[in-house]
Write a protein that binds this ligand. Structure first.
Ligand code: ZN
Length: 306
C-alpha cells in the first residue's frame, strides 16, 4: 500500500512539472466567474451556497471520496493553478495539500475555513504519541456557521464587488443552518437519554456528539481499517452487551452474515449508512450538507428511539 502511494505520488509530481511549464489552463476562461476550489465535497457545497452565481466551484475530493487518504492527480494541480481562491478545512484533514499547492504553482489565496473554531482531539494518537486533532468540525452545525462566515469573508477579499451578494447569500444560508440546528436538537431530544450511544467504526462524530449530547464509541481492540475477523466480531459483541449499546453503525463490515450475527447475539439495531466526510452523489440521500445532517440524524433516531 505504501509502495503504491509512493508510486502515485511520483507519477503525480512528474505530471505537475509538465503543468508548470504550460500554464495555459489558467487563461482558459469562458466566464467572468470567480474560480474557487474546495478540497472536498462538503466544503464545496458550503462555498456554493455563499458564492451563488458569481462563483464557479471545483472540488478536489468528490462525492463518496475519502479526504484523509486522497492521492491528488495532475488534473487537481491544473485546477489549483487556475483558481482565484482555494478553501481548505485544515486541522490535519488534507495532509496531501501542501505538496499539491507547491507542485501546482498556484498563487491563489488559501482560506482556512476552520479559523476561529476550537479544535477537538481524537482518541487516536499522532506519530509523536500526542492525541490527534479531530478535523471533522463540520459535524457541529455551530462550527459549520463559522465555516460559512470564513467563506464569505474569503470571497469578499478576492471579489469586493460581490460583497452585497456574498453577505446576502451567507445570511440566507446561515438562517437555514439555524433551522437545521433546531431540527437536529429536537431529533436528539426525542431519543431517551440512556439510549444516546452508538458504536461507529469511523471516528468522525466527535463534534456532533459534543454539540448534541450523543456518545460515539469506537469498537475496542478492533482495527477499523480492515474487514473485522470472527474474533473481532466476538469482541464487538462483548462490548455491546457490557456497555448496553442500542445500535451499531459499522461501515466497514460488508459481510451480511457478520452483521446478522451481531444483531442476533446482542439485540442491537444495525444502523444504515452514515455520511460523515463526503456527500453522496447528486440525487443520493446526502447530496448537500443540510441533507447529509438530516439523513444522519434520521438514521440515529430510527436506530435509537426504540
Ligand atoms: Zn474522517
Amino acid at each position: 500500500m505504501i509502495a503504491r502511494r509512493l508510486l502515485l505520488t511520483a507519477g503525480f509530481a512528474a505530471g505537475a512539472v509538465a503543468l508548470i511549464a504550460t500554464p495555459a489552463a489558467a487563461q482558459d476562461t469562458h466566464t467572468n466567474k470567480i474560480k474557487a476550489v474546495a478540497t472536498f465535497s462538503i466544503l464545496g457545497d458550503l462555498v456554493r451556497n455563499v458564492g451563488g452565481d458569481r462563483v464557479e466551484i471545483t472540488t478536489l475530493v468528490g462525492p463518496n471520496g475519502d479526504a484523509h487518504v486522497y492521492s491528488p492527480t495532475p488534473g487537481d494541480a491544473r485546477k489549483l493553478a487556475a483558481a482565484d481562491v482555494v478553501f481548505v478545512n485544515g486541522l490535519g484533514l488534507e495532509g496531501w495539500m501542501t505538496r499539491l499547492v507547491t507542485a501546482s504553482g498556484t498563487k491563489a489565496p488559501m482560506v482556512l475555513v476552520t479559523k476561529g473554531i476550537t479544535p477537538r482531539h481524537m482518541q487516536d494518537e499522532d506519530k509523536r504519541g500526542r492525541p490527534a486533532i479531530d478535523p471533522h468540525a463540520w459535524q457541529s452545525i455551530a462550527d459549520a456557521k463559522i465555516y460559512v462566515a470564513n467563506i464569505r469573508d474569503g470571497l469578499v477579499a478576492i471579489d469586493p464587488a460581490g460583497k452585497a451578494t456574498y453577505d446576502a447569500n451567507a445570511a440566507a444560508y446561515l438562517a437555514r443552518l439555524d433551522e437545521l440546528e433546531q431540527e437536529v436538537k429536537a431529533a436528539i431530544d426525542s431519543i431517551p437519554a440512556d439510549r444516546r450511544k452508538i458504536i461507529t467504526t469511523h471516528d468522525a462524530f466527535g463534534y456532533f456528539g459534543a454539540a448534541y449530547g450523543m456518545a460515539f464509541i469506537a469498537p475496542e481492540g478492533v482495527s477499523t481499517e480492515a474487514e473485522p475477523s470472527a474474533k473481532d466480531v466476538a469482541k464487538i459483541i462483548t462490548q455491546i452487551r457490557k456497555q448496553r449499546i442500542p445500535a451499531v453503525f459499522l461501515e466497514n463490515i460488508s459481510d451480511p452474515r457478520l452483521m446478522d450475527q451481531i444483531a442476533r447475539e446482542t439485540g442491537a439495531i444495525i444502523g444504515g449508512t452514515l455520511y460523515s466526510d463526503a456527500l453522496s452523489e447528486p440525487g443520493g440521500p446526502a447530496a448537500t450538507y443540510i441533507d447529509m445532517m438530516r439523513h444522519n440524524v434520521r438514521e440515529f433516531a430510527k436506530a435509537l428511539v426504540g
